[in-house]
Each structure stands twice: as C-alpha cells, then as structure tokens.
Unconditional design. Structure first.
Length: 252
C-alpha cells in the first residue's frame, strides 16, 4: 500500500476532495448540534444540563416553559418584561392551561412578541390548541426520533469513519497512533449512541454522550487533517533518487 506522499497527483486530488467535503460536512454537523442544544437551560453556550434536557427532558416543567427563555431572547423581548411573561406562562400551565386565562393573559403576550417569527416559517403557536400541546411536561427526545437519528448517524458515520481511516492508515505515523485515530471514532460514537438511551432513563449517564461526542467526529477530523498535511507536504520516498534528465541510472 502506497503511503500518502507517494500517491500520484490524481490520487491525491481524489483523497483530498473526499477529506475536504466530508470534513466540512462534519464541521457543519457539529455546528448544528451546538445551535440545537445550546441554551436549552436558559443559559448561553452548551452545558451538561442542556444535554440532559435534550435527551431526558426537563420533567419539572413543560416544553413551553423550558424553551421560553431562549425564545424570548431570540424575539428580543425587553429584559424587564421577560420575568412577567415567564410568570404568566407558568401560572397558565400550573393552572391546567385554561382557555379563559389563555385568552386574557397569554394570548396578548404571544401575539405581541412571538408571532413575528412563528408566523413566517416557524411552527405556528398562535392558537390555543397548538400552544397547549407544548404545555405538557418535556420528556426529552422520543425513542422514535432516537432510533431514526441512530439509523442515519450509525450508517453514515460508519462509512465516513471507514473511508477516513482507510486513508489515514497510509500516513507515515506510528502504529499506535494509527490504532487510536482509526479505532477511537467508532468506539466513541458507539458510546455516544448508547448514552442517548441511557440518559433517557437516567440523566447521570449524560457523560457518555459528552465523551462520545468529543472523541468521535473531532478525532476523525484530526486524522483527516493529518492525512492532508502528509499527502501534500511530505516528500515522496522516491524524490531525490530519480535520475536527472539525460542521466542514466547508476548501477551498484
């Protein structure tokens, strides 16, 4: 098997194209995950509690109550009005989501702050029935969604990790490093996937999701970056041994 620096130009272009596009795709996936999970606990950035809410849910409050802080930030609700809006929604949910209280207290706040976004492309929460459907206790990601996401991620990432690893074994790196970079993404994502279901049952297992997420795609991206560097910046073993133009090879 040729090492990466020894590949022909067309082979380097083929491998580099794969690494560039797939690497960009993995970075996009990481960014999407960050945007989706960040702020679920009402605080900026991604924290352990955000992962717990995503998979286990916030079972002390409804989905509407959980999402409301970040929704108010995105809707640019004035800071001095956010506590009032949260209190009104909390009272409505704890009181059984009555229609009369919705008409008198909740609807004016929704119409004044939320519908400017939710009326154009985002889920419409401007009716009593739709908003009430979000006022139930948040049980986190449903099993059906986890199975669907698992099917997509396991098959897609399995192929990506295989091809990226197949390229990386051609690098001029120590054998132990090849084992780590090739094998760790598979093991890490298995931990990540297992952590989804365990966290759904018990939030104490959320560390599996965190560790799996840190060691799967990032390690694969590191391996792809090292492959690119060696492919284009290390010299071929044949360089310097080829005869110059017009010269005959030297024998013994």
């Amino acid at each position: 098997m040729k090492s990466l620096p020894d590949l022909s130009l067309v082979e380097k272009i083929l491998f580099s194209g794969f690494i560039f596009l797939v690497g960009l795709g993995l970075l996009s996936a990481e960014a999407y995950t960050y945007i989706t999970i960040a702020g679920l606990n009402g605080k900026p950035g991604v924290q352990m509690q955000d992962l717990v809410i995503h998979y286990y849910g916030n079972r002390s409050a409804s989905k509407l109550q959980t999402m409301l802080p970040s929704m108010m930030v995105m809707a640019h609700v004035p800071v001095n009005e956010r506590s009032k809006m949260q209190a009104v929604v909390n009272t409505w949910v704890k009181g059984g989501e009555s229609k009369s209280y919705y008409q008198q207290q909740v609807r004016p706040l929704i119409n004044g702050n939320c519908l400017k976004c939710h009326a154009i492309g985002m889920p419409n929460i401007g009716t009593f029935s739709l908003l009430k459907s979000q006022a139930h206790v948040d049980m986190g990601m449903p099993y059906s969604a986890m199975l669907m996401n698992g099917m997509i991620h396991l098959t897609t990432l399995g192929v990506i990790f295989f091809l990226a690893g197949w390229i990386f074994v051609r690098t001029r790196t120590p054998g132990w490093l090849k084992i780590v970079v090739v094998g760790l993404p598979f093991l890490a994502f298995f931990l990540d996937f297992t952590g989804w279901f365990l966290t759904k049952q018990n939030p104490d297992f959320v560390w599996l999701v965190l560790v799996g997420g840190i060691l799967s795609c990032p390690v694969a991206l590191l391996g792809m970056a090292l492959s690119l560097i060696q492919m284009w910046f290390l010299k071929s073993r044949d360089e310097g041994t080829m005869p110059a133009a017009g010269e005959l090879p030297q024998n013994g």
